[in-house]
Design a protein around this ligand. Structure first.
Ligand code: HC0
Ligand code: SF4
Length: 570
């Protein structure tokens, strides 16, 4: 243990504790900007400086550890002045257009400048910044980058993609795409984790809200919307709503006020995905001698982009099943268009996703199988929908819950847990068991694939055969798993991969709580929703059963193949 004094408090903490942590233990908050625990502890912004008696210079608290007998001042006049100057220097190279910034009100730099009483930027520099693309789903505003390095670290250490790097020198130092010139030409998976870890507005998703407002105003268009599983756990966060109040039914009410004609649930098509992907897996198992294993889930477009870009030799092992987002779009513009008796082109199909890779996925040229343009016309992130609600002056606090529409608004508990790491695997195993044995298992029989660890393994008995599965979340873990498979160190039958840590609950399109990840809390909500759902099995979803009876025939039928499966090489 180490004894020291912080702001007059005598304390004792374990060796190697950082000054930042030691202060926090005594209830003293040292402000930070670039710091992310275990990920970015480099003192780049120099906001966390403190004074240590006996030294002229100040020290950063996030990456210096305490020593026996230290006397530390975290809030002396000298500390406050230097901190203020450091933030002014950051602001001097920052495009301070706060009122029109997507992160206004949720920006750590804005917050700290306010906290430090900075109302003027005395050393403002005019720096010519490169212009980024406006069309790619991930947008970088160079003029807003504060060189905190968080995006570099998260992309490299957590996601294993290494897209960003520091470029140039002196006042022109900035963060840009490593090796290639354009982000569009890089192997960026579009997971969006660099956005959710950016403390300012230097990274954001392409804003597609205007396209949706236009469709909502068009009397010729029937605008349908699907709500992804993980969106229901998070949409209320930025609106100040408690999770138990911010239900999917209250979101449905807000979406009706926005003018959407039919409010549906991606959980419906998650159940459909299980029927197709589960059947495909059992079919592949029948040909174990000739098929390559493991089969990988294909519902996360960040993962699909990653594997195609970084480990293309595994592309054939992806399930051919489309993601629930795309299955929903194809069904909306075929089966549902038929129910309505309208041409598919009349339907404008919107999805609300916790994800930015979904914007890329819906625009893949082969994802238009229903014949009415793109099967999903626009994919919005959770954050964009919150902005639409705000800009339309809808007050969710005053809304009563409303039902989703039928028949595509019905989803099972197995569908809802898609939004959590392990959820797709668990849902698939619940139905695979039924398809093999003709009997339902205990719905919680496969709970060992739950939990936040980045790489989980389990074995289950499926009618006498042992099925070995793995579940990974975070692309860095996915890369490690693929390397181990390549080297023959591990072998599995079925692997679920989600690009974002914790699965879609921690998706790159979710509300941002700078430096604090909400994935685990949101995952708990999803499992709670599964527990209380009357339906726990995808194969018991009455709307899915009816869709097969009236339209698709059976899982893996010709029509199902045409609408619900894809060629990942296209
Ligand atoms: Fe997901 Fe999905 S679970 S990828 O995370 O599979 O984005 O929530 O909508 O499509 O269902 C995201 C979430 C989805 C899809 C579903 C899957
Ligand atoms: Fe890296 Fe993901 Fe950001 Fe792309 S979206 S640069 S892969 S963190």
């Amino acid at each position: 243990m180490v004894k020291l004094m912080i702001d007059g408090n005598q304390i004792e903490v374990p060796e190697n504790t950082t000054i930042l942590e030691a202060a926090a233990r005594t209830g003293i908050r040292i402000p930070t900007l670039c710091f992310l625990k275990d990920l970015n502890e480099i003192g780049a912004c120099r906001v966390c400086v403190v004074e240590i008696e006996g030294y002229d210079k100040l020290f950063t608290a996030c990456n210096n550890v305490v020593k026996e007998g230290m006397v530390i001042h975290t809030n002396s006049r000298k500390v406050r002045n230097v901190r203020k100057t450091n933030v002014e220097l950051i602001l001097s190279q920052h495009n301070v257009s706060c009122a029109t910034c997507v992160r206004s009100g949720n920006c750590s730099l804005q917050q700290i400048a306010g906290d430090l009483n900075i109302y003027d930027v005395p050393m403002m520099k005019q720096i010519p910044f490169p212009k980024g693309s406006k069309d790619f789903p991930l947008i970088r505003s160079y003029s807003k980058c504060i060189k905190c390095m968080r995006c570099i670290q998260v992309c490299d250490k957590i996601q294993g993609c290494g897209i960003w790097d520091v470029v140039n020198t002196g006042s022109r130092t900035t963060v840009d795409v490593a090796k290639v010139l354009r982000l569009e030409d890089s192997e960026c998976a579009l997971c969006g984790q660099c956005i959710t870890h950016c403390p300012v507005g230097a990274l954001r998703e392409r804003d597609d809200t205007e396209k949706v407002f236009e469709a909502l105003e068009d009397p010729e268009k029937i605008v349908v919307v699907q709500i992804a599983p993980a969106v229901r756990t998070a949409w209320g966060e930025e609106l100040g709503l408690k999770p138990e109040f911010a239900t999917v039914k209250r979101l449905a009410a807000a979406l009706r006020r926005l003018g959407f004609d039919y409010i549906f649930d991606t959980n419906f098509s998650a159940d459909l995905t299980i029927m197709e992907e589960g059947s495909e897996f059992l079919e592949r198992l029948k040909h174990k001698d000739t098929e390559k294993f493991p089969m990988f889930t294909s519902c996360c477009p960040g993962w699909v982009r990653y594997v195609k870009g970084h480990y293309p030799e595994f592309t054939d092992q992806l399930s051919t099943a489309k993601s629930p987002q795309q299955m929903f779009g194809a069904v909306a513009k075929s089966y549902y268009a038929k129910i309505l008796g309208v041409d598919p082109s009349k339907i404008f199909s919107v999805s609300i996703m916790p994800c930015i890779a979904k914007k890329h996925e819906c625009a893949i040229p082969v994802m238009n199988d229903a014949g009415g343009g793109q099967d999903v016309d626009v994919a919005l992130t959770t954050r964009e929908v919150v902005r639409m609600i705000r800009s339309s002056t809808i007050v969710p606090m005053s809304l009563k819950e409303e039902e989703l529409d039928m028949p595509l608004g019905v989803g099972s508990g197995a569908g809802v847990i898609f939004g959590a790491t392990g959820g797709v695997m668990e849902a698939a195993l619940r139905s695979a068991y039924y398809l093999v044995t003709g009997q339902n298992p205990d719905p919680d029989a496969f709970r060992s694939v739950r939990g936040m660890e980045g790489w989980k393994e389990a074995e289950f008995d499926l009618a006498g055969s042992t099925i070995k599965v793995a579940v990974v979340s975070g692309l860095g873990n996915a890369g490690r798993l693929l390397k181990s498979l390549r080297q023959g160190k591990v072998s599995y039958d079925f692997v679920e991969v989600m690009a974002c840590p914790g699965g879609c609950a921690g998706g790159g399109g979710q509300p941002i709580h700078d430096g604090y990840e909400m994935a685990e809390e949101r995952v708990d909500i999803l499992y709670g929703l599964d527990r209380v759902n009357n339906l726990r099995f995808s194969h018991e979803n009455p709307s899915v059963i009816k869709c097969y009876e009236d339209y698709l025939g059976a899982p893996l039928s010709e029509k199902a193949h045409h609408l619900l499966h894809t060629d990942h090489h296209a």
